[in-house]
Design a protein around this ligand. Structure first.
Ligand code: KIV
Ligand code: ZN
Length: 524
């Protein structure tokens, strides 16, 4: 018997972005959307257009650029929300409006102070209104899993009659167990007479760590769309992780009998990109994409894997695009070998970008005995910026120790001119950031700082992720180097360049002079 298809609805750009501190700008969202499309995501929920002009514009840009995936905008069951969602997605080749309205007693009594009949009328009106604008309409009874079942059946039947083509059953607060949530889907299929006219969708949060298990239980019981996010980012404890669901369906196809359209080899790249854009590092033990997910530490396991991989491996790292710690390149490798290796890692660069990345690789190969696939990906990500950097790090001299005040001399370059400043600080990173601030004439506030090694070994690249507030804008940025103070400086400069590029774009749209052409002191 042929497997069923489960549609992947990725909400990294909407529910994922609701994770505290995960906000992304328009260009970053667009870059993620392109990757999701390339991966084969069926529906991309690009944002909540009414929530802010920035979100509206992001959804519109994604809708304009994406050709094969359906682009979806979220709306409350209010006409002005639906109108905004429609305005944002109407340029899409395939657009969808996603309307949501809470249906649980708790929400009705405390949030809306409305009766079930009033909520039912609102839902019908909203779906009919959305349907008058676009044919592809999804309805979500928010907090469905805690709603009174009879009311849930009633509202689902009514919205399908009103034109909803997908009905989503959110476990909004991550409360259900897999048995209960799975049964809810079979109950819905048995009690909503017109349910066969719509796709049933699952949407799970991870408050009790059951988001993925619940999503899979829903699929086992008839859900044919699954809403999820890359790395499981999202509101509170997050959403169900896309990579885990996709790989569970693939690896246990014998059990679930369902396929997806996802090109699983792109999973690792998507995980890295979302981590880079949000600044959320992936824990080493994270399933599928964590640094340890395919590493075998115990001697018995290593011995087994060397004899026969399937002794301890249920899927291959290659199947999700995880570099396997292979050592392919060294300081004598040429540009061609570098290009070929990147291609094997699913990375294709334009000639100019390849030259730049190759230059970085040569520098790294001089500093580091062994250059691993993970290092190559870090180099490529470092160079792959969605903006032109105004400031570049030329040199850094760090003097620190246990009994002296740390002092850092930084040399930066902008528009061909070099600037040097020295500063002391509470630690070398603080001193370095103060020196950069002095040169550029800003006062950045470091809100968050984390560091992780890219590979193992004493000469491993250190990857620094920072969240910085500059001119009331919080930005997240990342950079890697074998020297962690250099990585820190680069990550901070990336954040500054990001702010400059955003301010330039805003100024251009208002017809004002751009920040990057207003001279050094007034760059920001
Ligand atoms: O968790 C939730 O209920 C949601 C809805 C808007 C679908 O995110
Ligand atoms: Zn949600």
């Amino acid at each position: 018997m042929k497997n069923d298809k489960v549609l992947i609805f990725d909400t990294t750009l909407r529910d994922g972005e609701q994770a505290p501190g995960a906000s992304m700008n328009k260009d970053e969202k667009l870059e993620i959307a392109f990757l999701l499309e390339r991966m084969g995501v069926d529906i991309i929920e690009a944002g909540f257009p009414i929530s802010s002009p920035g979100d509206f514009e992001s959804v519109r840009q994604v809708a304009k650029a994406i050709k094969t995936s359906t682009v979806c905008g979220l709306a409350r069951a209010i006409r002005k929300d639906i109108e905004a969602a429609y305005d944002a997605v109407k340029v899409a080749k395939n657009g969808r409006i996603h309307v949501f309205l809470a249906t649980s007693k708790i929400h009705l009594e405390h949030k809306f102070k409305k009766s079930q009949d009033e909520i039912l009328a609102m839902a019908i009106d909203a779906v009919k209104f959305a349907k008058s604008r676009i044919s592809n309409v999804e309805f979500s009874p928010e907090d469905a899993s805690r709603s009174e079942k009879k009311f849930l059946y009633r509202i689902l039947e009514a919205v399908i009659k009103a034109g909803a083509t997908t009905v989503n059953i959110p476990d909004t607060v991550g409360y259900k167990t897999p048995d209960e949530y799975g049964k809810l889907f079979s109950d819905i299929r048995n009690n909503v007479p017109n349910i066969y006219k719509a796709v049933i969708s699952t949407h799970c949060h991870d408050d009790l760590g059951m988001g993925v298990a619940n999503s899979l239980a829903a699929i086992k019981n008839g859900a044919r769309q699954v809403e999820c996010t890359v790395n499981g980012i999202g509101e509170r404890a997050g959403n169900a992780a896309m990579e885990e669901i996709v790989m569970a369906l693939k690896t246990r196809s014998d059990f679930y009998r369902c396929d997806t359209n996802i090109k699983t080899q792109e999973i690792y790249k998507a995980s890295r990109l979302v981590s880079k854009m949000t600044g959320f590092l992936v824990p080493p033990n994270k399933a599928i994409v964590g640094a340890n997910a395919f590493r075998h530490e115990s001697g018995i396991h290593q011995d087994g894997v060397l004899k026969e991989k399937s002794t301890y491996e249920i899927m291959s790292p290659e199947s999700v695009g995880v570099p396997v710690g292979n050592l392919f390149l060294g300081k004598h490798s040429g540009r061609h070998a570098f290009k070929v290796r990147l291609k094997a890692l699913n990375v294709e660069l334009k000639d100019a970008d390849l030259d730049k990345a190759f230059e970085e690789f040569k520098k790294l190969a001089d500093q580091k005995k062994q250059v691993f696939d993970e290092d190559l990906l870090a180099i490529v990500e470092d160079n792959n910026k969605v903006f032109e950097p105004v400031w570049e790090l030329v040199d850094l001299i760090n003097t620190s120790g246990m009994k002296i005040t740390p002092k850092v001399e930084v040399t930066l370059k902008s528009k061909g001119k070099k600037f040097v400043k020295v500063s002391s600080g509470d630690g070398p990173v603080d001193a370095c950031y103060k020196a950069i601030d002095k040169i550029i004439g800003i006062q950045g506030e470091l809100l968050d700082y984390s560091i992780q090694s890219v590979t193992h070994g004493q000469d491993a690249l250190g990857e620094v992720s920072v969240k910085v507030k500059i001119n009331d804008k919080s930005v997240i940025s990342r950079a890697a180097s074998t020297d962690i103070i250099v990585a820190s400086a680069k990550a901070y400069l990336n954040a500054i360049n990001k702010v400059i590029s955003t301010e330039d774009r805003e100024a251009k749209s208002k017809g004002a002079p751009v920040a990057s052409s207003r001279g050094r002191r007034s760059l920001l």
